[in-house]
Ligand binder design. Structure first.
Ligand code: PRP
Ligand code: MG
Length: 178
């Protein structure tokens, strides 16, 4: 039986503001934000708007295949990174679980010779071997973010999310037409 943690938007916003405040108190203002696709995109967008930083890059990397079922290492699909040499970089994702993704992306980013790299994830699992420089909360459950709830329900229809019946109805119709 999987235990879920389901943060509301309010908590996501709180997490982003909290991490930004700590960055400022350390005088760390990045030149570039690198979002880890796909879960890091919305946190990165929120962070970029708070900081007023339009300079964004992306790394398309995937680790988990589904709830409790994962590949042994992250798989890179594409690296949309350029012009970060001698720049201060903030790598952002939604969660660090095993820490493999952050570790891996850190190595990829280092090849571009930035002057400084820091990492931020809203949540971190207590067992992660790579804690980010900035995080909001340690959570030991499977987190269902507002931006990945339908992905989770596709994998596990038991997942307790809002508006599930409507989504499952849509899924049924898609399967009929597909
Ligand atoms: C999830 C999550 C993090 C990563 C954390 O992404 O968004 O990127 O796993 O796990 P780790 O610390 O054990 O590496 P996922 O690979 O599922 O891809 P997604 O963001 O596209 O959903
Ligand atoms: Mg991810």
């Amino acid at each position: 039986m999987v235990e879920y943690y389901i943060p509301k938007w309010e908590e996501i916003e709180e997490g982003i503001l909290n991490m930004t405040e700590r960055m400022l108190s350390e005088d760390f203002i990045p030149d570039v934000i690198v979002a880890i696709l796909t879960g890091g995109v919305i946190p990165a967008k929120l962070m970029s708007d708070v900081l007023g930083i339009k300079n964004m890059r992306y790394i398309d990397v995937k680790f988990y295949k589904g709830v409790g079922n994962r590949e042994s290492k992250p798989i890179v699909r594409a690296v949309y990174v350029d012009n970060i040499e001698n720049k201060k970089v903030l790598v952002i994702d939604d969660v660090s679980d095993t820490g493999e993704t952050l570790d891996f992306v850190g190595n990829v980013i280092a090849m571009f010779n930035p002057s400084l790299v820091r990492t931020a994830t809203i949540f971190v699992k207590p067992w992660s071997r790579k804690y980010p420089d900035y995080y909001y909360k340690v959570v030991d459950k499977w987190i269902i973010f507002p931006w990945d709830k339908w992905e989770v329900v596709r994998e596990n229809t038991e997942a307790p999310v809002d508006k599930k019946e409507r989504f499952l109805e849509i899924l049924k119709r898609l399967r009929k037409t597909g």
